[in-house]
Design a protein around this ligand. Structure first.
Ligand code: HEM
Length: 440
């Protein structure tokens, strides 16, 4: 095949293949390191823990967030923590950090447990769409924890709007000629409507809080009362900045955990013996009541199950960075403008770091086994200065949701056929996740 035909063939595969299948192919074809040109994009797969550490931590100053994420998610996320770079990112991260301090996260445990128990009260013994259930649950949790708001009544509508906006941005990411959401194609119009629906909720919360003038001590009050340095002394965040940070935390704070807990319930349903072990743990510690913060240290298996689900199905399946100044990673010189892809999904499923890597085995995360995992081979939350700000929040939430649901219900698969995944911004079960739930 000549270079031209090969280029066209690669572009076609990029356009027509699901992003995850495409990344799997890169892993198979290139192994530890490989370069591929798609249209004007120069993509570089970096696929060892050591090189991931160099990109994310040791030489992080040579990289910025990938332009695809920045540009295509701008209509939805604006310039929030996920997408901003440089000084603005540093200042805003410092500003938001207190909402995720250990002391404060401890206080979220009670509300997480209460929401999880309430979510199951009207469940009857029949198949349920678990992704929808988990989206509603995690949206309710993030709404109360960060915004002191009850979003349950709007949850389904908000969930649908987020899916629509993400599907559009992901399609554009795969396109050779991405359009902006300002175009008038039917999909772009639908996307603008979806974003307007989300804005209605987020801007409504901001407006109400501003009008009350009350400091409720939550993330929203923190953003509204915060100020940043702009060289001429401190100034308040603009309404747009508050909107972007609030929208980012609202979406990043529940969509990921909804997918992760859904995959965990699926894996439990497919492995009844592991589900039974989890039920024995929660029965012994909780005796039928809902978990509190003080119980968590005695529920290690629930946390191990969640961590193992994050290994097999990491919602953040690829981390993208653009080279901002020339740098050498491993033995490879990278040029400005190249886009580096690090895939937690590929690293987590490599038999080199995880023996029998496709097997669901929560015992990989006993304290001793976890300590033996090579650093940077397990990256569900990324690493370095851009590590997930909500990682402790998410781990506790996952542990509490699994412990609460295992106390009252058993989950069963409707078929033994493995569920496929769909790679949008996050790794989701394709077509949802119907599971049979039975009250214990
Ligand atoms: C299982 C659940 C979660 C997973 C798997 C996850 C995964 C990630 C990953 C991989 C990144 C880094 C992206 C990169 O380096 O390119 C990230 C960043 C981020 N996450 Fe999470 N996340 C989860 C839950 C949460 C929660 C609960 C919140 C907030 C309530 C949150 C807020 C954020 C924010 C704001 C960033 C951007 C941080 C920055 O760049 O400074 N995430 N997340």
């Amino acid at each position: 095949m000549g270079p031209y035909t090969e280029g066209v063939w690669k572009a076609l595969r990029f356009l027509t293949t699901d992003r995850l299948r495409w990344i799997e192919r890169l892993g198979r074809e290139y192994g530890d390191f490989g370069r591929e040109r798609i249209g004007s994009r120069r993509l570089v797969l970096v696929n060892t823990p050591e090189m991931a550490q160099q990109v994310l931590v040791e030489r992080a100053e040579h990289f910025v967030k990938s332009p695809a994420l920045r540009v295509l998610s701008r209509p939805l996320l604006g310039e929030g923590l996920l997408t901003s770079d440089g000084e603005m990112h540093r200042q805003h991260r410092r500003l938001v950090a207190p909402a995720f301090a250990h002391q404060r996260i401890m206080r979220y445990a009670g509300l997480m447990s209460r929401h999880a128990a309430a979510a199951t009260v009207d469940w009857t013994d029949r198949p349920r769409e678990m992704l929808a259930d988990m989206t509603r649950l995690t949206l309710g949790i993030v709404g109360e924890a960060l915004f002191n708001a009850d979003l349950l009544a709007e949850a389904d509508e908000l969930g649908r709007s987020i899916t629509a906006a993400m599907r559009y941005a992901t399609r554009q990411m795969r396109s050779l000629f991405p359009l902006t959401a300002n175009w008038n194609t039917p999909a772009a119009v639908r996307t603008r409507k979806a974003i307007a629906r989300l804005d209605q909720t987020i801007l409504g919360l901001i407006e109400k809080r501003r009008a009350s003038g009350e400091d409720q001590g939550d993330l929203l009050s923190m953003l509204l009362l915060a100020s940043e340095e702009d060289g001429q002394g401190p100034r308040s965040l603009t309404d747009l900045q508050v909107r972007d940070e609030a929208m980012t935390l609202f979406i990043a704070g529940h969509e990921t955990t909804a997918n992760a807990t859904t995959w965990a319930l699926y894996l439990l349903a497919m492995h009844p013996e592991i589900q039974l072990r989890l039920q024995c743990e929660v029965d012994g510690v909780l005796g039928g009541r809902a978990p509190e913060f003080a119980d968590l240290a005695r529920l290690p298996y629930a946390l191990q199950v969640f961590k193992e689900a994050l290994r097999l199905y990491p919602p953040g399946y690829v981390l993208g960075r653009q080279v901002a100044s020339p740098v050498t990673i491993g033995k490879h010189a990278l040029e400005t403008g190249e886009i580096v892809l690090i895939s937690p999904y590929l690293l987590h499923r490599s038999p080199r770091y995880f023996p029998d890597s496709t097997r669901f085995d929560p015992d990989r995360f006993t304290p001793e086994s976890e300590a033996a995992i090579p650093r940077f081979a397990y990256l569900p939350f990324g690493a370095g200065r851009r590590v997930c700000i909500g990682n402790q929040f998410a781990l506790m939430e996952g542990q509490i949701i699994l412990a609460t649901l295992a106390t009252t219900h058993t989950f069963r698969a409707l078929t033994s056929k493995p569920r496929e995944s769909e790679a949008l911004f996050t790794l989701r079960p394709r077509g949802g996740m119907p599971l049979r739930v039975e009250r214990r």
